[in-house]
Design a protein around this ligand. Structure first.
Ligand code: ADP
Ligand code: MG
Length: 352
């Protein structure tokens, strides 16, 4: 039997009173995949995860796991485990008690529970902490305890809701790599909620981008980075995200801030058309001619820098090397390779 589940959401609608939190979510997560639900706060990620867990009823649509309709199945009837943002550990129980709790609930014999708890704790390197209580653990150790409790039942589907958000930045980086390794070694399907695009980009096999209760794009991190489907996705992905400027597309090229710039062949419009021009900070450069801009300030990261510029009252960021050799207040011109230009329809926000 495969240790990992195939999961499908079909036309999921979820309302809270008159407010619609999810407007028809369609999604398929493949067996063994590390799948991220990425989007800003309030976009419906947690709601979707809770629906997968069976903690939330739906107003329309179906949840299908391994071909079986589980829309109305209780959480205990689904082979899933969830790690909450808050960890939700029982403070009065030891680490061993917390990890073994799901097994106790299903009536497993104490000796078997003991073995399973030790195995799960060892997998996340907290085997030496089994007699402590959660209050005697660091944030990172509490997080591992919550993970061990989730994997102890060997679920086919692992649901994680911002599991790293309570850790400091350095620990978050280490833990996300470990989490990914753990998921691979268990061979379990994982659905991972985060609002942090960098986190999603680095851990996920594929991801769905949520905006206002809808999925606006599904793909590999690479695909979404290369070809964001909408202006909103473009402005959300990348560190820093893509620069977006109002422009007019015509057969001659794209007119932006008084400059006419080349865009890739095939992008040419028959008439002129109002668009948003997107260029990533790494695809912009200082040039003898191009878009007029003024240097505002420079963020120096030692091995690279971000030059913050102003173009017609708008902030634009350019990624440069160690010493860009620019002064604050200096007037410059910006250019980009035509292949680095992303164009979106101004009214609909959709990629052209
Ligand atoms: N129990 C609830 N009652 C009313 N509104 C809710 C409830 N749960 C969530 N919401 C709303 O649904 C939207 C989606 O919430 P959520 O799924 O938690 O977003 P995310 O996890 O992406 O931040 C938000 O606007 C939130 O305020
Ligand atoms: Mg949430």
């Amino acid at each position: 039997m495969s240790p990992s589940a195939n999961v499908r959401l079909e036309g999921i609608v979820k309302k809270h009173g008159s407010f619609t939190a999810l407007h028809g979510i369609d999604l398929e997560v493949r067996p063994g995949e590390f799948f991220a639900l990425l989007g800003p706060s309030g976009s419906g990620k947690t709601t979707t995860l809770r629906i997968l867990a069976g903690l939330e009823a739906v107003d329309a649509g179906r949840v299908v796991m391994d071909g079986v309709d589980v829309t109305h199945a209780q959480p205990g009837e689904r082979d899933v485990a969830m790690v909450f943002q808050s960890y939700a550990l029982y403070p009065h129980m030891t680490v061993a008690g917390n990890i073994g709790f799901p097994l106790k609930m299903v009536g497993m014999a104490p000796a078997q529970i003991d073995t399973a708890v030790r195995e799960a704790a060892a997998k996340v390197d907290i085997g030496h902490l089994l007699d402590r209580r959660p209050g005697q653990l660091s944030g990172g150790q509490q997080q591992r305890c919550a993970l061990a409790r989730a994997i102890v039942r060997q679920p086919k589907l692992f649901l994680l809701d911002e599991p790293l958000s309570n850790l400091d930045a350095k620990l978050r980086l280490e833990t996300r790599a470990e989490l990914r390794k753990l998921q691979r070694s268990l061979g379990v399907t994982a659905v991972y909620v985060t609002h942090d695009q960098e986190e999603a980009m680095t851990v996920a096999d594929r991801m769905a981008v949520f905006m206002e209760g809808r999925i606006v794009q599904v793909g590999t991190p690479h695909e979404i980075f290369r070809k964001p489907a909408t202006v909103a996705v473009a402005g959300f992905i990348g560190t820093p995200p893509m620069n977006l400027l109002p422009a007019v597309l015509s057969p001659a090229g794209v007119q932006v801030a008084g400059a006419l710039m080349d865009v890739q062949a095939g992008h040419g419009a028959e008439n002129s058309r109002e668009v948003m021009l997107g260029v990533r900070p790494g695809d912009l450069r200082i040039a003898p001619q191009g878009i007029p801009a003024r240097v505002e300030f420079i963020e120096d990261f030692g091995d690279s820098s971000i030059v913050n510029l102003e173009v017609e009252g708008q902030r634009v960021k350019l990624r440069a090397g160690e010493t860009p050799g620019l002064n604050e207040g200096e007037r410059v011109h910006l250019a980009f390779d035509p292949r680095g230009a992303h164009l979106f329809d101004r009214a609909s926000g959709l990629r052209i």
